[in-house]
Design a protein around this ligand. Structure first.
Ligand SMILES: [Zn+2]
Length: 375
């Protein structure tokens, strides 16, 4: 990664050393040899500390395992050298009624600046799902994730009643459903994420189940803030509970999991209306243009944020049934791909980048996201 960052810092270090040495030589050396000796030792120490810091930074950037909420761009990459990530997630069953929407948005051969195809993540639930369509989505490079077997109502069942065994049966069970009903085409180890039905959390029962069964991430926590945050790890949930997770069923114990937090949307930002956890929770007025403005304004809040926070388009396909909204999403995607730094990737590809960040320049040479589902 960060080859350019390191290269960019080296001249600065050298310049500082030369300037300090020159000044000290002029002012001190001729008059006080003892002081000059002291300054030389000081300079040498500064030089060694700089080398160690730079080496450590490079080391940390190659294996990010822990990231706190609101801690900025991973690896402290400057915003102008950071790709702008956008990820689309679609919840619930994949059916013959909604596959057309996905084909229209992702079937045009759109590619990211590194030449890899633009792809999405599907949080899939069992009821009504056509697994032949799931197979074809996977073959096209989309990511599959678990969204429960039953998707049962009410939402409070997931919070109050679901036992550890229920969470296992629902989330691990759906991972197995996907693998079995696609004839093993989608292997279990490629299903690494979950979203809970109704975004209802189950406390440690839910997160223990994920960790014990080798999931990598959850994406069920909505974050209501005008200043969005990057995905983070759940190693210190106490720091997150309150400011970010406001449910009574947030995880309490540390977990070796990523939280791909759902930053909220504002219908007409800046706004006094209630924010939406998912795109389809907002119903912008005036059809195609209104919907496009809604998407664009929310995207810009992330794009222009000093930390260039990834923008998740978290939604249900039902939103496309409103007149003009599918056209609006198509327009939005086209406009996104006109920007030279935008990458539209599945959630797992974003998490791979976060764990080993690449600058925009390095990203162009990288195959990240090209063969996400290759075995
Ligand atoms: Zn759902």
């Amino acid at each position: 990664m960060t080859k350019q960052i390191i290269k960019a810092r080296w001249p600065l270090v050298i310049i500082i050393i030369v300037v300090v040495f020159y000044c000290s030589y002029i002012n001190v050396f001729c008059y006080n040899p003892l002081a000059s000796c002291f300054i030389l030792v000081l300079l040498l120490s500064l030089f060694l500390i700089s080398v160690l810091t730079l080496t450590l930074t490079a080391y940390q950037c190659d294996q990010i395992k822990v990231l706190e909420p609101n801690s900025g761009i991973p690896c402290r990459l400057p915003a102008d050298q950071t790709p702008m990530f956008v990820y689309f997630t679609f919840d619930d069953a994949v059916t013959s009624s909604n596959i057309g929407y996905y084909r229209r948005l992702f079937g045009k051969g759109h590619t990211n600046p590194n030449g890899c195809p633009v792809r999405a993540t599907f949080f899939n639930s069992h009821q009504n799902t056509d697994y032949n369509l799931v197979s074809s989505l996977f073959q096209e490079g989309h990511e599959l994730a678990s969204h429960s077997v039953s998707h049962r109502s009410p939402s409070t069942w997931w919070e109050h009643n679901a036992t550890a065994q229920d969470w296992f049966d629902e989330i691990v069970g759906q991972r197995e459903n996907i693998a079995r009903n696609t004839g093993g085409l989608v292997p279990i180890e490629k299903i690494k994420g979950m979203r809970s039905p109704f975004l209802a959390l189950g406390g440690d029962k839910q997160f223990d189940m994920l960790e014990e069964n080798d999931f990598v991430y959850d994406s069920s926590i909505a974050y209501n803030s005008e200043s969005p945050t990057w995905p983070f790890t759940l190693n210190k949930p106490a720091a997150m509970n309150g400011p970010i997770c406001r449910s009574a069923f947030c995880p309490q114990s540390p977990h070796a999991l990523w939280e791909v937090v759902m930053n909220v949307y504002y219908q007409d930002y800046p706004s006094t209306t209630r924010p939406c956890s998912m795109v389809d929770g907002c119903r912008p007025d005036s059809g195609r243009q209104g919907a496009k403005n809604f998407l664009w304004k929310n995207f810009r809040r992330h794009y222009e944020h000093r930390h260039k926070v990834p923008f998740g388009v978290n939604m249900h396909a039902a939103w496309f049934s409103y007149e003009g909204y599918l056209d609006a999403m198509d327009d939005f995607m086209t406009a996104l791909l006109d920007l030279p730094d935008v990458y539209i990737v599945p959630v797992m590809t974003l998490l791979e980048w976060i764990q080993q960040p690449l600058s925009l320049e390095d990203m162009k040479q990288s195959p990240l996201g090209c063969n996400a589902n290759a075995s």
